[in-house]
Design a protein around this ligand. Structure first.
Ligand code: 6PG
Length: 466
C-alpha cells in the first residue's frame, strides 16, 4: 500500500502538519533535507504506525500513491524553488505539489507556470495557526488549478480547523497566487490587530499605571465580550506568565524590539502597488521598524524627556470606553484588509469570496475573532461595501465614536506611541469626509506643474495661469 501524502520539510510547521495528517488516518511519508532531523522525528513519534520516514528523496516520492500529493513545508523564498527542482525529475504528470509556506504570491504564480511545463500541478496553500494550529487544525487558504485542488480537498478539509458550527476552515480561494495573497493579507491584518492590542496595553501600563495583574484581568474580561478573539485571549494568557529566572512577570523581562519575517511589509507594498488604503497595517509595520531602533530610542527619550499629562485612576467607564475604542479600531483594521482583498480581486480578476474568507478565518488562524461571523453577514448583504459602511458595523461605530476619540485623546495627551489606533480613526475620518482638502492640493499641483484640476461645477480638465 502506497502512502496517501508526503510532507517535505520537518521544521516546526512541517512536523505538526505531518502529525495532523496521521491523526486523520492518512498514511504519511515524511522527508527532510537533513536525515538526522527525519530520524529524530520518527524516534519521537514511534507510536504513529502511519508515519513513514524516507532518507532518500526518490524513495520518498515513489512511496506515494498517484497522482502524488506532496506538501512543501519549507522556508519561503529560494528554498521552495530549489526543492521543486529537486522533486521534478521524480514526479509524473498530474502529480500535485502544495506549497504550505508563507510564499510571496507572485512566486506562487511563477512556480505554477514553471511546473505546468511538466504538467505537474502547483497549489499555493496559505496556512495559518502557527505550530499548534498546524497540529490541531489550521485555517487553510488553497489556490491554483481547481481540478488539482479537488483531488486534495478532502485531505485539506480533514486536517483544517473546524468552526463552532462544524464547518471546516478551508475553502478553495481561487486561481494561482490568490491563496498566498489572501494569507499575506491575513498577516497584514494580524500585524494591525497585534499593534492595536499593544497600544492599548501601553495606555493601561504607561498612561493609567496599571500593574500587569490589573491589565491581565481587563483583557480577560474583554475576551468575554465583543472583542473575543484569539489575540485578545493569548494576551490575557501572556500577562499571567511569571518569569522562570526572576520573580517578575515574563512580559516585563521581554525586550521591546519587534521581529518580522516580511509578510506585513509585502502587504503594504502590494497595497501601494494597486492604490489600496491600509494605513493601520502600514503603521504597524513602521511601529516594528521604530521598535528595532532601541539604542536610538533610548537616547531620544533622554533628549525629549517631556512631562506628559498624567491620567487619573482608571474608572470602570474608562475601561468600557477603551474596549469600545479597541472594537472600532479592530473593525477598521479588518475593513482595510478586506478592502485590499477587494481591490486585488478586481485588479487580478480573482473574484474572491470575502464572506467565505471571513468564515475560514473563524477558527485555527491568528486573526480568529468573534466578529468574523458579523463580517460574513455584512458581505452577504452587500459584498461591494467597505465593511465600515455595512449597517452591522456602522451603527456600532457611530455609538462608540466618542469613546474611540476619547481613548485617542488620552493616548496623545500622555505621549504614548499609538500609530495603529490613531490611524484607524484617521481612516474613518478620511473615509467619511465628504469634502477633503484635496482641492488645495490640486491647486498647488496646477500652480507649480500645470497638472490641471477638475471643477465642482463643470466637467473637464482645467489649468489656470496662477
Ligand atoms: C500564521 C502566522 C504565521 C507567522 C507569522 C509571523 O498565520 O500562522 O501569521 O504566518 O507566525 O508569519 O510573522 P512575523 O514574524 O512577520 O511577525
Amino acid at each position: 500500500m502506497k502512502n496517501d501524502i508526503g510532507v517535505y520539510g520537518l521544521g516546526v510547521m512541517g512536523k505538526s502538519i505531518a502529525l495532523n495528517l496521521c491523526n486523520h488516518d492518512y498514511k504519511v511519508a515524511v522527508y527532510n533535507y537533513e536525515n538526522e532531523i527525519t530520524t529524530d522525528y520518527i524516534n519521537r513519534n514511534s507510536d504513529k504506525t502511519n508515519l513513514f520516514p524516507y532518507l532518500d528523496l526518490k524513495n520518498f516520492v515513489e512511496s506515494l500513491e498517484k497522482p502524488r500529493k506532496i506538501i512543501l513545508m519549507v522556508t519561503a523564498g529560494d528554498t521552495v524553488d530549489k526543492v521543486i527542482d529537486q522533486l521534478i525529475p521524480y514526479l509524473d504528470k498530474k502529480d500535485i505539489i502544495m506549497d504550505g509556506g508563507n510564499s510571496y504570491y507572485k512566486d506562487s504564480i511563477k512556480r505554477s507556470n514553471h511546473l505546468s511545463n511538466s504538467e505537474i500541478y502547483y497549489l499555493g496553500v496559505g496556512i495559518s495557526g502557527g505550530e499548534m494550529g498546524a497540529l490541531n487544525g489550521p485555517s487553510i487558504m488553497p489556490s491554483g488549478d481547481l481540478c488539482a485542488y479537488n483531488k486534495v480537498d478532502t485531505i485539506l478539509k480533514a486536517i483544517s480547523a473546524k468552526a463552532d458550527d462544524g464547518m471546516p476552515c478551508c475553502e478553495y480561494i481561487g486561481t494561482h497566487g490568490s491563496g498566498h495573497y489572501v494569507k499575506m493579507v491575513h498577516n497584514g491584518i494580524e500585524y494591525g490587530d497585534i499593534q492595536i492590542i499593544c497600544e492599548v496595553y501601553s495606555l493601561l501600563r504607561d498612561g493609567y499605571k496599571l500593574s500587569v495583574c490589573e491589565i491581565q484581568k481587563i483583557f480577560e474580561q474583554w475576551n468575554k465580550g465583543k472583542l473575543k478573539s484569539y489575540l485578545v485571549e493569548i494576551t490575557s494568557e501572556i500577562l499571567k506568565k511569571k518569569d522562570d529566572l526572576t520573580e517578575n512577570y515574563l512580559i516585563d523581562m521581554i525586550l521591546d524590539v519587534a521581529g518580522q519575517k516580511g509578510t506585513g511589509k509585502w502587504t503594504c507594498i502590494e497595497a501601494l502597488a494597486i492604490s489600496s488604503t491600509i494605513p493601520t497595517i502600514t503603521a504597524s509595520v513602521f511601529a516594528r521598524h521604530i521598535s528595532a531602533k532601541k539604542s536610538e530610542r533610548m537616547l531620544a527619550s533622554k533628549m525629549f524627556n517631556l512631562k506628559a499629562n498624567e491620567l487619573n485612576k482608571i474608572s470602570t467607564e474608562e475601561i468600557n470606553e477603551i474596549e469600545n475604542a479597541m472594537y472600532c479600531a479592530k473593525i477598521c483594521c479588518y475593513a482595510q484588509g478586506f478592502d485590499l482583498l477587494k481591490d486585488a480581486s478586481n485588479e487580478f480578476g480573482w473574484d474572491l469570496n470575502y464572506g467565505q474568507i471571513a468564515m475560514i478565518w473563524r477558527e485555527g488562524c491568528i486573526i480568529k475573532a468573534e466578529f468574523l461571523n458579523e463580517i460574513k453577514k455584512a458581505f452577504d448583504i452587500d459584498k461591494s461595501l467597505n465593511l465600515i459602511m455595512s449597517e452591522i458595523f456602522s451603527e456600532n461605530l457611530l455609538v462608540y465614536e466618542k469613546d474611540w476619540r476619547n481613548t485617542i485623546i488620552s493616548l496623545i495627551k500622555t505621549g504614548i506611541y499609538a500609530p495603529a489606533i490613531v490611524s484607524t480613526l484617521e481612516y474613518f475620518d478620511g473615509y467619511r469626509c465628504e469634502v477633503t482638502s484635496a482641492n488645495l492640493l490640486q491647486a498647488q499641483r496646477d500652480y507649480f506643474g500645470a497638472h490641471t484640476y477638475q471643477r465642482t461645477d463643470k466637467d473637464g480638465k482645467f489649468h489656470t495661469i496662477w
